[in-house]
Write a protein that binds this ligand. Structure first.
Ligand code: F6P
Length: 319
């Protein structure tokens, strides 16, 4: 393989730039030309493709977002869209593609691979919702952003003796909420993977107040429902003054943490190695700090699960 392409797709995540850098530098290290595809699959179908050099990825390892930009494309989900994409890749003589993104992006990579075009997936999403890897690029940074925000909210919550619902992202997954809740000593953690009775949450709040607790923090994953609705329910069933903070897209930005930069560098480089070994339809990941790769179809079929021990611990520590 003498020419490969790289794109970022779906929701951006801090560390994507570090992954792009690793792909470009590792490919050039092996005397392979690299082409950057802008705006994900949409840009690919439109031929928005540029040759990348060593310098194209200088000074980006510490930056959030993605220098290749990102998009979600409906057209690419169609057969015609996928054929268009392969036509463009062939036109540029690009022989293999590295896709940095989440499960939606991997579905695209799988389709191209099924059509005979070799793709490798690199998991990049703040949601940490991909099977076959302990961590996705961007999760650690987003987690730290959430923690910083909750620490600030906690100050004002204490001053006013309020209960706060902090709604965090994660789509249908609870990892971000679970880790943030554990890291911040939240009173309750509400995630789609576990059912927590409303009465249990309320009783815990009441117990805390009785023993003189000055504030309460509940971390709610967006996959559970609206933080505002939950806050309203609490105010209606208690005399606790409640406020809701929806952290939103702040969680997707910012300079990547050291952990994300290192993870992105390792996974990006590993993806190049796999393509050069002639592999296709694989996703690179990390399990127990060892680099692994799995069949993308299998990854898409399986469900990422939360760590039950961590959930149990969060409950034991927030009595
Ligand atoms: O997948 C990343 C993510 O930030 C999710 O946590 C969230 O549900 C979604 O993307 C938001 O998507 P958009 O940026 O299109 O509003």
């Amino acid at each position: 393989m003498k020419k490969i392409g790289v794109l970022t797709s779906g929701g951006d995540a801090p560390g994507m730039n570090a992954a792009i850098r690793a792909v470009v530098r590792k490919a050039i290290y092996h005397n392979v030309e690299v082409y950057g595809i802008k705006y994900g699959y949409q840009g690919l179908m439109e031929g928005n493709i540029e040759r990348m050099e060593i310098g194209s990825v200088g000074d980006i390892i510490h930056r959030g977002g993605t220098i290749l930009y990102s998009a979600r494309s409906e057209e690419f989900k169609t057969d015609a869209g996928q054929e268009k994409a392969i036509e463009q890749l062939n036109k540029f003589g690009i022989e293999g593609l590295i896709v940095i993104g989440g499960d939606g992006s991997f579905r695209g990579a799988q389709k191209l691979t099924e059509k005979g075009y070799p793709c490798i997936g690199v998991p990049g999403t703040i949601d940490n919702d991909i099977a076959g890897t302990d961590f996705t690029i961007g999760f650690d940074t987003a987690l730290n952003t959430v923690i910083e925000a909750i620490d600030k909210v906690r100050d004002t919550a204490t001053s006013h003796e309020r209960t706060y619902i902090i709604e965090v992202m994660g789509r249908n997954a609870g990892d971000l909420a679970l880790w943030a809740g554990l890291a911040d000593g939240a009173e309750s953690i509400l995630i789609p993977e576990k059912k927590e009775d409303f009465s249990t949450v309320v009783n815990k709040l009441k117990r805390g107040r009785k023993r003189g607790k000055k504030h309460s923090i509940i971390v709610l994953a967006e996959g559970v429902g609206s933080g505002f609705d939950y806050g309203k329910r609490i105010e209606e069933s208690t005399d606790l003054e409640t406020r809701v903070t929806v952290l939103g897209h702040i969680q997707r930005g910012g300079s990547p943490s050291a952990a994300d930069r290192v993870l992105a560098s390792r996974l990006g480089a590993q993806a190049v190695d796999l393509l050069l070994e002639g592999k296709a339809g694989r996703m690179v990941g990390i399990e127990k700090n060892v680099l692994v790769d799995h069949d993308i179809a299998k990854v898409l079929h399986e469900k990422h699960t939360i760590n039950d021990d961590m959930y149990k611990l969060s409950q034991e520590l927030s009595i």
